[in-house]
Design a protein around this ligand. Structure first.
Ligand SMILES: NC(=O)c1ccc[n+]([C@@H]2O[C@H](COP(=O)([O-])OP(=O)(O)OC[C@H]3O[C@@H](n4cnc5c(N)ncnc54)[C@H](OP(=O)(O)O)[C@@H]3O)[C@@H](O)[C@H]2O)c1
Length: 233
């Protein structure tokens, strides 16, 4: 969709960065955000340094998008953090940060983006969950709970936004080599891969394939769905 406008949260590195590069190269005008400044420069790319849970900063960015672009066609709610820790040892500060980033941030962006998308009666929202939810993964209690909340938000918002022409779906990646995986021991990753139907690491192309599917004009009858990678259900 050349000349369409896409907002990607957490676009500085990892999956978000790969998505920003892919869609700018394909002709989308991409607006990215993350807490730190980006080192990705492209005529079709603009980056905002903000925390996804900071309502004032998010609103200021949306005002800038509304004035500058006048539209928003897709939101990729990718920003997320994890912390591998036994539940009994997890500090409350860590719980708070994970919930604020993953749940509050996702909700805030859905809310603000949908307000702009509804002007054109069209929008595609893709949220990020994880296979840690269906696996009930030990050591990831808060992360899995935060992403279970994202799945629930996805389903309810799909219903609330359908009449505005906005679809809301989610992707649940398996382990993919990014900084997020650094805190997870190698044996833990291997045991996760063994539990998948297809026993390999995920790659950026796997994510892009599912997002492409959700973005297609023909996917206007697909909403409230969660697609896990690797044959996990
Ligand atoms: N990698 C995996 O194996 C895997 C598996 C399942 C699901 N996922 C999900 O995929 C998504 C992307 O993960 P990733 O692997 O690409 O992680 P990553 O490499 O750690 O990147 C996370 C991105 O989010 C940004 N970010 C983090 N907290 C933020 C905040 N409060 N406000 C704004 N931006 C923030 C970071 O940039 P700054 O540091 O500049 O803020 C960075 O660009 C996450 O939702 C994650 O839960 C990943």
């Amino acid at each position: 969709m050349p000349d369409s406008v896409m907002l990607i949260t957490g676009a500085r590195k990892g999956i978000g960065r790969a998505l920003a590069e892919t869609y700018t190269e394909r002709g989308w005008r991409v607006i990215g955000c993350s807490r730190q400044e980006s080192e990705y420069f492209h005529p079709n790319y603009r980056h905002f340094a903000l925390d996804v849970s900071d309502q004032d900063a998010v609103r200021a960015m949306m005002t800038s998008i509304r004035k500058g672009e006048g539209r928003l066609d897709a939101l990729i709610n990718n920003a997320g953090i994890a912390s591998m820790n036994a539940a009994l040892l997890t500090p409350l500060d860590s719980v708070r940060r994970i919930i604020e980033t993953n749940v509050l941030g996702t909700f805030l962006f859905c809310q603000e983006a949908a307000r702009l998308m509804q002007k054109n009666k069209f929008g595609r929202i893709v949220n990020f969950t994880t296979v840690a939810v269906p696996f009930n993964l030990e050591g990831e209690a808060v992360y899995a709970a935060s992403k279970a909340a994202v799945e629930s938000l996805t389903r309810v918002l799909a219903r609330e936004l359908a009449d505005h022409g906005i679809t809301v779906n989610a992707i649940g990646p398996t382990p993919i080599q990014t900084d997020l995986l650094r805190g997870v021991p190698k044996e833990k990753v291997e045991s996760l891969l063994a539990r998948q139907s297809i026993h390999r690491m995920g790659e950026q192309r796997d994510i892009i394939n599912v997002i492409d599917f959700f973005l297609r004009a023909e996917s206007d009858f697909i909403t409230g769905q969660v697609i896990y990678l690797g044959g996990v259900s």
